[in-house]
Design a protein around this ligand. Structure first.
Ligand SMILES: NC(=O)c1ccc[n+]([C@@H]2O[C@H](COP(=O)([O-])OP(=O)(O)OC[C@H]3O[C@@H](n4cnc5c(N)ncnc54)[C@H](OP(=O)(O)O)[C@@H]3O)[C@@H](O)[C@H]2O)c1
Length: 178
């Protein structure tokens, strides 16, 4: 689904690392530690440029620490006993969140999973672009980019070999088919 004119103009870029057989994790508690240095650099460059990342609570729980030098928005209830600098929990309407970020001056935001959170944003027509990196390994089964069936056309904007074994694909989201 394409953004309509009443939606915030802030650009939402979905950034996900995939295995060669299309999975993002083996389970919802797995930390993404299987990507290359070039992949990690790409993620930090994109999210650093945006200055803000949005992730689901399950993904946040897999991290050893919040991502440094950028605002971490965690979709879900705050289960932390202490306040973490640079982390904000949000359990309301994603549209309201994007409006708030836009009013704070952010021009783009990196949406970085997991599948459940990506699906919420997709179903509201909030995702503009996707950057997928394909790493040289396969899981056979696991978690996909989305947690539900979706139907979406993409336009390939850019592709690149970011290291010996890893490919980056950048897509524009067109529209959700009915
Ligand atoms: N390969 C990659 O690039 C990559 C990137 C990111 C994640 N991952 C993997 O993906 C897995 C996690 O994915 P997942 O689908 O299980 O979970 P997830 O999307 O990270 O988190 C889901 C949780 O987020 C909260 N949530 C999401 N949308 C919400 C909304 N609109 N309002 C309120 N709360 C909301 C809910 O938590 P509560 O209700 O419990 O608070 C929900 O249970 C992990 O294994 C992680 O490693 C991989």
């Amino acid at each position: 689904m394409k953004k309509n004119t009443e939606m915030p103009k802030i650009k939402v870029i979905l950034v996900m690392a995939l295995t060669a057989d299309g999975f993002t994790a083996r389970s919802s508690s797995e930390y993404t530690d299987w990507t290359s240095a070039a992949d990690k650099k790409l993620f930090f460059d994109l999210s650093g440029k945006a200055g803000v990342v949005i992730m689901g609570n399950n993904t946040f729980k897999t991290l050893k620490a919040p991502l440094k030098n950028r605002l971490n928005i965690v979709m879900g209830k705050n289960e932390l006993k202490t306040a973490d600098a640079g982390v904000r929990f949000f359990s309301g309407n994603p549209l309201v969140l994007l409006e708030e970020l836009e009013s704070q001056g952010f021009k783009e935001v990196v949406l970085c999973g997991g599948a459940a959170t990506n699906t919420v944003f997709f179903k509201m027509g909030l995702i503009d672009e996707a950057v997928f990196t394909i790493s040289p390994l396969m899981f056979g089964r696991g978690i996909s980019v989305f947690s539900e069936e979706i139907n979406c056309d993409l336009v390939l904007k850019k592709f690149d070999k970011i290291d010996e074994n890893t490919v980056m694909l950048r897509y524009l989201f067109k529209k959700e088919k009915s």
